[in-house]
Design a protein around this ligand. Structure first.
Ligand code: GDP
Ligand code: IMO
Ligand code: MG
Length: 434
């Protein structure tokens, strides 16, 4: 069985931890969108790894990691990540496959990202400044440079010259030398070459042979270019459709969809966040949850669990079950709130408003549940959780519309409660395949 693991909120839900937890049961982990704007944290025996472009499965020997055509790749970031992994004894070797159709992030994309943000002024998106949006813009405008283009010097030279000259015009200041960009690209292309191939074909063969695949999402549903809080979104389809377009697999290849959601929520960057807590409670969640960006170090905005948002993510992605993370961060609170509906211009609404401006006008309607005194940190069995924590989870499931099949009580692999692993094909109660 192949499953998709994706974010059901605004990113940073703990996808890295969940992907790592499930990886022993698959042969392949495949990233389908985004770029090094992502930061997926995994703890292995107390050692912290933050993956940006390379699927979190790389930490498990014998697992093949795939970077799909839907991903945008900054080759410098890719090699920095591979080098960093190498320093920790993790070698990609022949376990990495990069789509020849993936688009590249070039130096001017970063400049254009900064420039676009500066131009928007007060209305800035709060991007990660990694050049993600401009690289996807070039892809859609059909002028992008792809991994597979790095083999033909003559054809590439013309493309690079045209692109760089057009961008120098826009960027102003210190102009980029297109020949230097070209030489750099060719060197990087040479290093990348052993890993480049036909991802769709590789996955089709693997699936035919019954080798299970996990599709790893970056960002989250509410940052999706189509279904998120536009324009305060990223530039790719973080939601389920991205699996098919970003890897070249059919929808029936996806056997289950696991949505990852925090037991509260966070967002980095601008845009509406109805349950945002700006006072002492927000600071409390940020401090306890260590809510600082894994890629940029920016403080994350924190808020209560928004069931309207998660129900929407369930609908958009066809989520079968949730992996509910960071329950332990709520330990010690007297009372916890869950947003179950919004009040909009005096009316009660229970469905996510399609229009971002309307969402920004929504007031959360809360239900208050009692907190718990005994810590949940590190608890591994559901029945060992304090009664109030069990009650909180039960209510989250009711208002979200799907079961919380996995509950995470700490950043470590072992700090996890597995309640029902049928959504992942019974993997967690069975012995690992490898
Ligand atoms: P991702 O982008 O979805 O992979 O999430 P990030 O890695 O950006 O952020 C999640 C953070 O929460 C990481 O630092 C994780 O180590 C940490 N984390 C994940 N699950 C838990 C949990 O259950 N409890 C606590 N306290 N931390 C967690
Ligand atoms: P992971 O995979 C949280 C946010 C940025 C900004 C918006 C657009 O770790 O969950 P971009 O640079 O993509 O153009 O920025 O999207 N953003 C993320 N927020 N987690 C992420 O990734 C994010 N990747 C981008 O903060 O608001
Ligand atoms: Mg992250």
């Amino acid at each position: 069985m192949n499953i998709a693991v994706l974010g059901a909120q605004w990113g940073d839900e703990g996808k890295g931890k969940i992907v790592d937890l499930l990886t022993p049961h698959v042969s392949i982990v495949a990233r389908y969108q985004g770029g090094h704007n992502a930061g997926h944290t995994v703890y292995v025996k107390g050692q912290k790894f933050v993956l940006h472009l390379i699927p979190a499965g790389i930490l498990h020997p014998g697992v093949t990691c795939v970077i799909g055509n839907g991903v945008v790749i900054d080759p410098h970031a890719l090699f920095a990540e591979l080098d960093e992994l190498g320093r920790h004894g993790v070698e990609a070797g022949d376990r990495l496959l990069i789509s020849d159709k993936a688009h590249l992030i070039l130096p001017y994309h970063r400049e254009l990202d900064l420039l676009a943000e500066a131009r928007r002024g007060e209305r800035k998106i709060g991007t990660t400044s990694r050049g993600i949006g401009p690289a996807y813009e070039d892809k859609i405008a059909r002028r992008g440079i792809r991994v597979g283009d790095l083999v033909d010097r003559a054809a590439l030279a013309e493309e690079v010259r045209e692109n760089v000259e057009a961008r120098n015009h826009l960027i102003g200041g210190s102009a980029l030398d297109w020949r230097a960009v070209l030489d750099d690209l060719l060197t990087l292309g040479e290093r990348m070459r052993p890993w480049v191939g036909d991802v769709s074909l590789f996955l089709a063969q693997a699936i035919r042979e019954g080798r299970p695949v996990m599709f790893e999402g970056a960002q989250g549903t509410l940052l999706d270019i189509d279904h998120g809080t536009y324009p305060y979104v990223t530039s790719s389809n973080a939601s389920i459709g991205g699996v098919c377009t970003g890897l070249g697999v059919g929808p029936r290849a996806i056997g289950g969809v696991l949505g990852v959601a925090k037991a509260y929520l966070t967002r980095v960057g601008e845009g509406p966040l109805p349950t945002e807590l700006t006072g002492a409670m927000g600071d409390r969640l940020r401090d306890t949850g260590q809510e600082y960006g894994a890629s940029t170090g920016r403080p994350r905005r924190c808020g209560w669990y928004d069931a309207v948002a998660v129900r929407y993510a369930v609908r958009i992605n066809g989520i079968d079950a949730l992996a509910l993370t960071k329950l332990d961060v709520l330990d010690g609170l007297d009372a916890i709130q869950i947003c179950t509906a919004y009040r909009l211009h005096g009316r009660l609404i229970t469905e996510w408003p399609s229009d971002t401006a309307l969402l920004a006008a929504c007031e959360p309607v809360y239900e208050t549940l009692p907190g718990w005194e005994a810590p949940t940190k590190g608890v591994r069995r559901f029945d060992e959780l304090p009664a109030a924590a069990r009650q909180y989870i039960a209510r989250l499931e009711e208002v979200s519309g799907v079961p919380a099949a996995i509950v995470s009580t700490g950043s470590d692999r072992d700090e996890t409660i597995v309640r029902d692993d049928s959504v992942v094909g019974g993997w967690l109660t069975a012995r690992p395949r490898r």
